[in-house]
Design a protein around this ligand. Sequence first.
Ligand code: 3PG
Length: 304
Amino acid sequence: MNILLATEKPFSSAAVDGIRRIAEDAGHSLTVLEKYKGSELADALAEADALIVRSDKIDAKAIGEAPRLKIIVRAGAGYDNIDLAAATAAGIVVENTPGQNSRAVAELVVGMAIMAARNNYDGTTGGEISSKRLGLQAFGQVSRNVAEIARGFGMEISAIDPFCPAGAIEEKGVKAVEKLEDLYAGNDIVSIHIPATPATRGSIGHDLICRLPKGAILINTARKEVIDEAGLEQALAERPDIKYFADVKPDNATRLAELFGNRVFFTPKKCGAQTREANLNAGLAAARQIVAFFADGTDRFRVN
Ligand code: 3PG
């Protein structure tokens, strides 16, 4: 089988080598397509039996260009970049690699919290994150890693997750919160970890953000789509004490930076999962999942 690794944002060379080794040891071939342009993706998809991607957009058109495709593995957690309905209709299995890049994203969350607390390292008096209150919006793999790291800072941690029972949250030493409004009102730092779905798109807006206590920091390493950007701008204008730091640059990033200076920060390109370790974890897991699928139909991480 021909496995296509199509990454607009390339993995480290060690991860690509590891993926190739796993594919070839199992008798498959690997085609690597990085930073692609124009029709390059469509051309490569025409020959692919399996596909590994990151945030690369695989829409119905791309699926239509892949007549041999049997499996897509999103090497990462969020699969909102893949048209699941189109894949299912074409008989293509879609999987993700949950947890494999979570530590990297969690480290970035804590790094951003410190950077915000220290006024972007501009030399002025900042604050510490130690002993502060941290609220986690959703309690998946990234949140659990953030909680584990934050405990070392003596932070008071709480979380809300409609899909995770309160008992499972409390089991990890984290206080379960019932209402989202209370999570925002009760924490000095709130970190967003919800996926982009029809239900969550634009769900974090002016009213919710304005519930944050004085001097709070809002961190988004999840997806830009979950923010109501006009509402965010209005909240930042009304509340000169709060900050918004994101690894998922909003569409109005330039305007926000002009208006609010170092109260906002956006990475130039989403880099939460961009560590050598996460590239290896997610890339190798994706390759192994494809090998297992072709060996005996194993589809443990199927999402469609
Ligand atoms: C994920 O969903 O796994 C993260 O957002 C990382 O995405 P990336 O592979 O595009 O860096």
